[in-house]
Design a protein around this ligand. Structure first.
Ligand SMILES: NC(=O)c1ccc[n+]([C@@H]2O[C@H](COP(=O)([O-])OP(=O)(O)OC[C@H]3O[C@@H](n4cnc5c(N)ncnc54)[C@H](OP(=O)(O)O)[C@@H]3O)[C@@H](O)[C@H]2O)c1
Length: 265
């Protein structure tokens, strides 16, 4: 039976112009969602909308998620264009990291603004229009659950998203609105290309991952779509690591275990 367009669910995705966010838009389009795509680069959003035009309706909004009026403008666009908002995906994030002693206040504030304050503010406005069965899903990181060298404020804001997700789940679960967090390991995107292209990084990542392939943007997008779907509708307040077991197993490949230690002279 053909679904009336007004009954089709609507997702608002921040950072939809590239990487994980673009993959999320493609997955939700394939799953029958109409899409509100937000990022700063209009040309990239236009390309995305064009490539999805045969699949679903897409509206775009080129803006910085840290702008004071950004959440209200994005949610207003969803309501004006489609009349409803079923899912918010807080994906836009800063890829700046450095040790704490090298983090100045400029960097500290920038990363907090993009990766913690914006998700909080988008959630606050989205809650005002969401109804039962809606959900808010944010993109954290395994480095927000574990910490790591050079993580600094990146680790701190991603850990902050765990708390935001849990309090959203506790506060609004009774109204039927859920909140969850996905925590990817290192996925190849523009954000991570520099070290992904280094053979040493690839080797270390593979030797510490108890699964036989690297993670992809589609892995992240599929999980987020599942969390937003009816099939995921009893999952609330959770952080789901997407790292092939990297963060929970203390795994070292057999080769890594038996290799001879090379001590720098
Ligand atoms: N890649 C990984 O290994 C990995 C692992 C764990 C978590 N994550 C998280 O996944 C999310 C997406 O990262 P990615 O790897 O896909 O990075 P990416 O390829 O660099 O994409 C980042 C996206 O965020 C948007 N964005 C950044 N700052 C923005 C701002 N101030 N206002 C509006 N949009 C903004 C960018 O669009 P414009 O430039 O057009 O604005 C782009 O669409 C981030 O939250 C990141 O921390 C990534």
């Amino acid at each position: 039976m053909k679904q009336d367009s007004a009954q089709k669910p609507v997702v608002l995705i921040t950072g939809a112009s590239a990487g994980i966010g673009e993959a999320i838009a493609r997955r939700f389009a394939a799953g029958g969602f109409r899409i509100v795509a937000v990022a700063r680069r209009q040309d990239r959003l236009d390309q995305l909308a064009k490539s999805l035009s045969a699949t679903t309706e897409v509206v775009t909004l080129a803006m910085d998620v840290t702008a004071t009026d950004a959440p209200q403008r994005a949610v207003d666009l969803a309501i004006k264009s489609f009349g409803r908002l079923d899912c918010l995906v807080n994906n836009a994030g800063s890829g700046r990291w450095a040790p704490v002693h090298e983090t100045d206040d400029g960097m500290l504030n920038e990363v907090i603004e993009i990766s913690l304050k914006a998700p909080f503010r988008f959630a606050r406005v989205a809650l005002g229009v969401m109804k039962a069965d809606a959900s808010i899903i944010s993109v954290g990181s395994v480095f927000g659950t574990l910490g790591g060298l050079n993580g600094g404020i990146y680790c701190a804001v991603k850990a902050g998203l765990v708390g935001l997700t849990q309090t959203l789940a506790a506060q609004y679960g009774a109204t039927g609105i859920r909140a969850n967090l996905v925590a990817p390991g290192v996925i190849k995107t523009d954000m991570t290309r520099d070290f992904w292209d280094a053979p040493a990084f690839q080797r270390i990542n593979q030797e510490m991952t108890p699964f036989n392939r690297d993670g992809t943007v589609e892995d992240v997008a599929n999980t987020i779509h599942f969390l937003a779907s009816k099939e995921g509708s009893y999952i609330n307040g959770q952080t789901i690591a997407l790292d092939g077991g990297w963060s929970t197993t203390k795994y070292l490949s057999y080769d890594a275990l038996v290799c001879e230690r090379v001590v720098a002279s």
